[in-house]
Write a protein that binds this ligand. Structure first.
Ligand code: EPU
Length: 419
């Protein structure tokens, strides 16, 4: 039988944790490695399945990858690219794999990749990536199941994105970093993970201004050099644990969380009645000292409330008094978790792009599935708040995004077993 988690809920989470390096930022950093022939060291890398998959893709195009500190430090070296077409079976395992397209286009002026994999959370087009590549002078065409991009010359350009796509911004930034001339991306994604990817390129010798804003300016350079770079803490992992503390009426400090990356969640936790201390320089502490109140949330691009925290937020809102509403404005299929929460006794329905939750509901243990990474986070949060035992199946999704989940929750007083 495949592995599953057994959670016996009802205990408030209390204590302190240090979250891992950001999953998504680390995936962008690992892809950026391909832009240079010199060695790169990445520190504070999360020990999760998605990073291992991404390293496999790099190995397949010629990168030597060496682990240290149990995988928290990774050393990379790609003196020569041995292929510009990573194996499709690896690329289709995760979404971020498509970043090799921009990186290979930048370094080798050609790349071939099938459409990437990733969670089934809605239609996830790639038009923004291609608009950017084409504006820089690349030809992009379909070759069998793959996309092929070639560019004898890449030149800077002013590019407007219809939508501030996160991976689209990183992909086009990668190619632009090694183009001739200056590229300006208008309506770029300002997410902290994208900002960090730009900072890493700067550490490798790129000339970039405006990272963390919707106007990203990249002045191309002929080559990039090696770097030693540390991944930022994972705001989504930190947010998930804070929401678990909220749902269980606990008291949790996330020591290394960056409050400046988490304003939207902090505001909503306070509105729900949590006491949140994010000013003291000690990360973020959230404590439940009274009843929780219902709130309205809109999941939108950064700095709005993160769509990746929508499912665990909805799980926490099952414990808040009144009618809460989560309006999803990023993905059109983010709500797979709703049926799973219902199995635990949540009073939750889908109405158009919104999820409506009536609370507080007495949750009771049941058998549920982790349908994608964040849907998995939702059932974990709800199971921790439920009376009795919950069996969570398909936990491979949680392994993709949450390092040492069992050990961390256990250290906070949760009763969780992996069988
Ligand atoms: N979109 C377009 N055109 C495009 C690309 C995207 O319209 O060319 C739209 C999509 O339809 C979607 C929205 O943009 O509605 C968001 O897509 P985006 O491209 O910004 O997302 P992504 O880059 O594919 C990353 C994260 C996701 C996270 C989103 C939004 C990685 C590997 N993935 O995806 O993270 O939800 O940004 O913040 O970095 C997760 O960590 O669980 C996860 C799914």
């Amino acid at each position: 039988m495949p592995e599953r988690y057994l959670i016996r809920g009802g205990t408030p989470l209390r204590g302190e944790i240090t979250v891992s390096g950001s999953k998504n930022a680390a995936l962008y950093a690992v892809s950026a490695v391909l832009l240079t022939a010199e060695p790169i060291t990445l520190r504070n890398v999360p020990r999760i399945a998605d990073i291992a998959e991404m390293c496999e893709i790099l190995r397949a195009v010629g990168t030597e990858v060496r682990e240290e500190d149990g995988g928290e430090t990774l050393h990379f070296h790609t003196p020569v690219l041995t292929s510009v077409a990573p194996p499709p079976d690896l690329v289709t395992k995760l979404r971020a794999s498509f970043l090799v397209m921009g990186a290979l286009l930048g370094r080798a002026r050609e790349a071939e990749c099938p459409p990437p994999g990733g969670d089934v959370i809605g239609s996830r087009p790639l038009d923004v990536h291609f608009v950017g590549f084409r504006a820089l002078g690349a030809q992009v065409e379909r070759r069998g199941p793959s996309f092929r991009a070639t560019a004898p010359k890449l030149h800077g350009a002013r590019v407007f994105f219809d939508y501030p796509s996160v991976l689209g911004t990183v992909n086009v930034m990668f190619a632009a970093a090694l183009a001739e001339g200056t590229t300006v991306i208008i309506n770029a994604a300002p997410e902290p993970e994208v900002e960090m990817a730009a900072d890493m390129l700067v550490a490798m010798g790129a000339k970039i201004r405006g990272q963390g804003t919707p106007m990203l300016e990249i002045e191309g350079v002929p080559t990039l050099h090696g770097a030693d770079f540390s991944i930022i803490p994972d705001r989504l992992e930190a947010g998930t644990y804070l929401l678990a503390a909220c749902a269980t009426r606990g008291d949790l400090r996330v020591t290394n969380a960056v409050p400046g990356h988490m304003d939207s969640l902090i505001a909503k936790l306070r509105e729900m009645g949590m006491e949140v201390d994010a000013e003291g320089g000690g990360g973020i502490r959230a404590a439940c000292t009274g009843d929780l109140r219902a709130v309205h949330v809109q999941a939108v691009p950064y700095p709005g409330f993160a769509t990746d925290l929508h499912p665990p937020m909805a799980a926490a809102l099952t414990q808040a008094a009144g009618v809460s509403l989560v309006h999803e404005r990023v993905y059109d299929n983010r709500t797979l978790y709703v049926n799973e929460l219902r199995k635990l006794g949540a009073r939750i329905i889908i109405g158009g792009d919104s999820v409506i939750i009536e609370g507080p509901a007495r949750l009771a243990g049941s058998t549920v599935r982790a349908l994608d990474i964040r849907a998995g986070a939702a059932v974990v949060v709800a199971a921790l708040a439920a009376e009795g035992e919950t069996a969570i199946h398909d936990i491979g999704h949680l392994d993709r995004g949450y390092a040492d989940l069992q050990a961390r929750l256990t250290s906070l007083g949760a009763d969780i077993e992996r069988v």
